[in-house]
Design a protein around this ligand. Sequence first.
Ligand SMILES: Cc1ncc(COP(=O)(O)O)c(C=O)c1O
Length: 368
Amino acid sequence: MNVPFFDLKKQYQRLEAEISPALEKFLPQQAFILGPTVESFEKGMATYCHSPFSLGVSSGTDALLMALEALEIGPGDEVIVPAFTFYCTASVVVRRGATPVFVDVDLNDYNILPAAIEAAITSRTKAIIPVHLFGQIVQIDAIQKIAIKHSLPIIEDCAQGIGAEYKGKRAGSFGRFGAFSFFPTKNLGAFGDGGALTFSATADYDHCKILRMHGSRIRYQHEEIGGCFRLDALQALILEVKLRHLETWQEERRSNAAFYNRALQGIGDLILPVENPNCRHVYHQYVLRTARREGLKSHLTALGIGSEVYYPIPVPHQKSMDYLGHRPGDFPNSEQLSQEVLALPIFPELDRSQLEETVKGIRSFFAA
Ligand SMILES: Cc1ncc(COP(=O)(O)O)c(C=O)c1O
């Protein structure tokens, strides 16, 4: 049996009866840029994220970039980011002319280490970007304490964390900004690129509305640089339909994870993902660890079972970051994780037999 790593066609089949009539109504209007469709989605998104405001933007990357621009972060400034994340959490800092200051992550939950954040703060530090990696909230109490103590804004990278909770509060409601991605395979995915920002302050929301439109409040008058950071109305339409189902999908992901957690206990040297106290993990990815990662991955591939490595190279060791002069050993946990992590299929539409097949494949590897 083939078990794909993800299968977007299955999700589309579940939604076709809702999406097709919505598109039929929308397309004759030929109104593609911002407007009521985007505003309606933004309201739903803010409510879902327990945040007072949300803005639809062009991608998760642009959401992070806009937050940095809104904070006027630029040359001479430092921004603290985890070493183990998707590349763009850090590359946006470089694109603003500032310096990413990498800190290591926890081997237990793969998220940024609060103590390492505090140790990395200097007089040039202007913001902290914690990432809710794989769908679990960072140690936010400790990070908020550090941020308050040093008067630093938090930009939450929520690209993988939509709907993740800590003490009942959702990703994007803790920091000054929350940056979301609607890349098609995300827990809430568009039919192309898309993203959103959430805000705790009205002033930031108003400011980013201007930045999203080339720094313009009044047509052809440009107060700031900004960019073309808009979410397409077509994407907003799709996202609004999908948002109505997101909670069901989150629970399906959690149920798939619970199945793996039961079935994979005590096999070989596997270390299974943890759910921290008071957290609702939304399992954007189900990521386990093994020292035999390469062998296990090849074995699963030969059986037709998908798996992925997120991420094989810590960001400070990417070629584009060479200029920062980091050496092997600088981020031991991130380096270890990059050798050991493996993500299993976890998408909501997986059926029981596919979950069982994946477990069987893993068992047969460690039994051999
Ligand atoms: C942690 C993290 N941050 C940011 C992004 C960027 O999102 P996008 O691909 O929508 O630009 C991603 C997307 O993969 C991500 O995983």
